[in-house]
Design a protein around this ligand. Structure first.
Ligand SMILES: [Fe+2]
Length: 267
């Protein structure tokens, strides 16, 4: 048996839909309660839906009882502060797992390449049900920032860079694609991230918004890129050496490390 997946993701693993007119809404994210849970210091999260409605952002599988990234429970305090963001998350009508606003501090292209990771959205997800994908609705106007996607983590030729102006809306198979955001601004970036179950509801929401499964990649200077790749590789090698010295498994197949990277470098 396999999972229910939407065909529009077959080609690239991502889809860009019509932008939302962010200017018509209040800046609710400015008043949300953010938690530092397991944060690297570069990101904070404001949960709108968590595993059991508490003000925390842990993976649903880390709770008792453990659950997959579905049936998120709304966090009353933040929902009261951000009713419009909550409505937007609920708009597709698909089953929602984790739903939160991320605050990302400025970083470099090399940081983002180093942070490339895949999510673990479908842990404990029963086969035969809908595959979990994630929607990213950019809240702040970060025209010079990009969502970096790679099919192969180590192959720049597989990279797509999607610009993130206010209102940009992407749905990503984040368990298939390596992803991270390069945010070169001077202020934090805010983005609404929601886990959805693939199925007819999400399909209808995407289909009604002129979906594009292949978009032009934002340009990057080749020499600049090569320097960034070298810096990211050096940082990765140093991390793996440090982990090996501690006796830890440095590979990304290590569940603990993968989970930690997901938190530290969430897009
Ligand atoms: Fe992620």
């Amino acid at each position: 048996m396999s999972y229910v997946k939407l065909p529009i993701f077959d080609q690239t693993g991502y889809v860009v839909v019509d932008s939302y007119d962010q200017s018509r809404d209040a800046r609710e994210w400015e008043n949300l309660v953010y938690v530092d849970w397991k944060s690297s210091g570069d990101t904070r999260f404001a949960p709108l839906a968590s595993a059991y409605g508490d003000m925390e952002c842990d993976g649903f599988w880390n709770h008792t009882p453990a659950k997959t990234d579905k049936d998120g429970v709304w966090v009353p305090e933040n929902v009261a502060i951000a009713p419009r963001l909550t409505e937007r998350a609920q708009e597709p009508g698909a089953n929602i797992g984790r739903c939160r606003v991320i605050e990302l501090q400025p970083n470099t292209y090399a940081d983002a390449i180093y942070n490339l990771h895949r999510d673990d959205n479908n842990r404990l997800n029963p086969e035969g049900t809908g595959w979990i994908v994630r929607a990213f609705c950019n809240l702040t106007n970060n025209q010079d920032s990009v969502m970096i996607l790679r099919e192969d983590k180590d192959d720049p030729a597989t990279e797509t860079r999607i610009p993130l102006p206010a209102g940009a809306q992407l749905v990503l198979d984040t368990q298939r694609l390596y992803h991270a955001v390069w945010h070169p601004g001077s202020e934090p970036r805010y983005c609404l991230i929601t886990s959805y179950e693939s199925g007819p509801e999400l399909d209808a929401w995407i289909s009604a918004r002129h979906p594009a499964a292949l978009v032009p990649s934002a340009p990057v200077d080749p020499d600049f890129a090569q320097e960034a790749y070298a810096a990211a590789n050096a940082k990765r090698a140093a991390r793996e050496a440090a982990l090996a010295a501690q006796g830890a498994d440095p590979t990304f197949g290590n569940g603990t490390l993968s989970a930690a990277m997901e938190v530290l470098s969430e897009a």
